[in-house]
Design a protein around this ligand. Structure first.
Ligand SMILES: [Fe+2]
Length: 366
């Protein structure tokens, strides 16, 4: 095993989007995040806004750049918005020595984007370096242990939360990308060399696979980092992934957040006006008819249907999933919420086929 890290920990995930201020409001008031820090024109950065949001162990950085008459704004942010509108740009991993990890990663094949760079203010300093991920995304190696300020140089504290600070989302379960044909293995191999993750599960083309896609689940040995990749299984057959790539290009498609109680979280988020992806009633009928859930008190199919939750079962363990509709006007990048019950550690590969079958039944009945 390629042990570049002793332990994996996501420090923060940076989402770039146009006009992030209302998006910050939505994260705080609808999803229960707390606004921790911000960097903007008042903190001396013209044309640039960045907000750090926190829920449980999740640190989300929402960043934007905008034009001003006499100052040129951050080109990397503007160009990301021009190409992707809204999505994940950076996945930052906590490391002890940015220099050592970056050097080892690059020596094993990672594409460098940012050489180790120290930034400082009166509160101390941080060191960051970055390598390429997918087309224009990045994995950042980050050490903030010598920084006594709120987040990074250039950020000021600005605490804001709602519901008395009650949090519903606890950590990032996985980060999923939709990629071009033949890219899943390419990027899986790249990550194995660059950061030491390994493919722990995959779904390949075959009679059993009705999903129209190939999936690789890449995971760190301690399971603290999971990167899911999907690609179309053929250029001959139409597939949802290919449709998305044709319309939006490849890239990070969703962030999955973990919760301890998905039914309660779904109910609360609904009262806040959060919009969810719906699933057809034929899906729930397939679950009822399968008989797999009859003897289980923990799973009530009616409650799942009422709350638009889908379920995958492996032995006595379950994965409950719910999808929030895309977070921006561009219908590509979205959030998933998951609850793993009794230690379920799969990725709903069986359930994807059930959903596909339900979809076909809906089309047949239409
Ligand atoms: Fe997912």
């Amino acid at each position: 095993m390629n042990r570049i890290f002793d332990r994996y920990e996501i420090d923060y995930v940076e989402i770039i989007a146009p006009m992030v201020k209302p998006l910050v409001y939505w994260h705080v008031h609808a999803l229960g995040f707390t606004l921790i820090a911000c960097s903007d024109i008042e903190s001396g950065r013209p044309c640039f806004s960045s907000y750090l949001l926190k829920s449980g162990k999740i640190n989300l950085l929402l960043t934007s750049a905008y034009p001003m008459s006499k100052v040129v704004s951050d080109e990397s942010v503007r160009s990301f918005i021009a190409h992707n509108y809204c999505g994940v740009k950076r996945i930052a991993l906590k490391v002890d020595s940015v220099k050592d990890v970056f050097a080892e990663s690059v020596s094993k094949g990672a594409f460098p984007v940012l050489f180790p760079t120290e930034t400082e203010d009166t509160n101390g300093s941080i060191v960051q370096a970055a390598i390429r991920l997918y087309d224009d995304r990045e994995i950042v190696f980050c050490n903030r242990s010598r920084y006594g300020g709120i987040f990074q140089p250039g950020y000021n504290a600005c605490i804001q939360h709602t519901n008395g600070g009650q949090e519903y989302l606890s950590f990032i379960d996985h980060i999923a990308a939709e990629l071009r044909i033949n890219e899943c293995n390419y990027w899986s191999d790249y990550l194995t060399r660059a950061i030491g993750t390994e493919v722990v599960q995959s779904i390949r083309p075959g009679a059993e696979n009705k999903t129209g896609m190939i999936l690789n689940i890449n995971q760190s040995f301690d399971r603290n980092l999971t990167l899911v990749m999907a690609e179309p299984d053929s250029y001959r057959n139409p597939s949802k992934v290919q449709k998305n790539i044709d319309a939006f290009g490849p890239g990070i498609h969703h962030l999955a957040f973990s919760t301890d109680d998905l039914v309660s979280a779904a109910k609360i988020f609904k009262t806040k006006g959060v919009e969810f992806v719906n699933f057809p009633s034929s899906y729930y009928n397939l679950l009822r008819n399968s008989g797999e859930f009859h003897h289980l008190e923990a799973i009530d199919i009616d409650v799942l249907e009422e709350n638009g939750i889908i379920v995958d079962k492996e032995g006595d363990t379950f994965l409950l999933q719910k999808f929030i509709k895309p977070i921006s006007d561009r219908p590509f990048f979205l959030y998933e919420i998951v609850q793993r019950v009794n230690g379920y550690n799969g990725f709903a590969l069986k359930n994807i086929n059930v959903l596909k079958k339900a979809e076909e039944m809906e089309i047949a009945n239409a």
